[in-house]
Design a protein around this ligand. Structure first.
Ligand code: COA
Length: 148
């Protein structure tokens, strides 16, 4: 059983996480670069709204991040990536499960949603294994949500 933990992001984690997120197989599946999101989060942090991003650790090694973005009115979008050398070990599925507990039970979210590309079967599987429901499938994007 994979030992997966979520930790608040520390500056010293960033060089490795940015390198993992910039690998072609990962970056082509993400909406924006990790650097872009981190800059937005620093801006929010300065406005005293702490970022909701966690580093994902697998057997003590940082392998990716998971985050709530667009947090408003009790709902948030979840986004995540895992470095490609660590795919298909169940890491994202466990990380999302832990993030859902944090979102629903600690910070009071009522709805958590996600978008995936139609061809991103891997990510869809991670959502379905966490009992997200697919609600819309227009165009290239699928929309999934889970209510508390
Ligand atoms: C999506 C992503 C986070 C998944 O991480 P992961 O740790 O490999 O996910 P898991 O191992 O928990 O689950 C992946 C599942 O997809 C399955 N899978 C992999 N390739 C598949 C394919 N081509 N067709 C169907 N299922 C597939 C795996 O078998 C596994 O399911 P299983 O546990 O039932 O066997 C990772 O691939 C990633 O970072 N991709 C690039 C960034 C990205 O797409 N982020 C999400 C944007 S919406």
């Amino acid at each position: 059983m994979a030992r997966v933990e979520l930790q608040k992001i520390k500056i010293r984690y960033l060089p490795r996480l940015i390198i993992l997120s910039e690998e072609k197989e990962v970056s082509t599946k993400l909406e924006g670069s990790l650097i872009f999101y981190l800059l937005t989060e620093i801006k929010n942090y300065l406005k005293l709204s702490p970022p909701k991003r966690r580093a994902i650790f697998y057997n003590g090694v940082s392998v990716g991040t998971i985050a709530f973005v667009n947090v408003k009115n009790g709902s948030a979008e979840v986004g995540y990536f895992i470095g490609k050398d660590y795919w298909n070990k169940g890491i994202a599925t466990i990380a999302l499960k832990k993030m859902l507990l944090f979102g629903f039970n600690k910070i009071g979210l009522k709805k958590i949603y996600a978008h995936t590309n139609k061809n991103n079967l891997n990510s869809q599987k991670v959502l379905l294994k966490n009992k997200f429901i697919m609600k819309k499938s227009g165009g290239e994007k699928l929309y999934f949500e889970k209510l508390k």
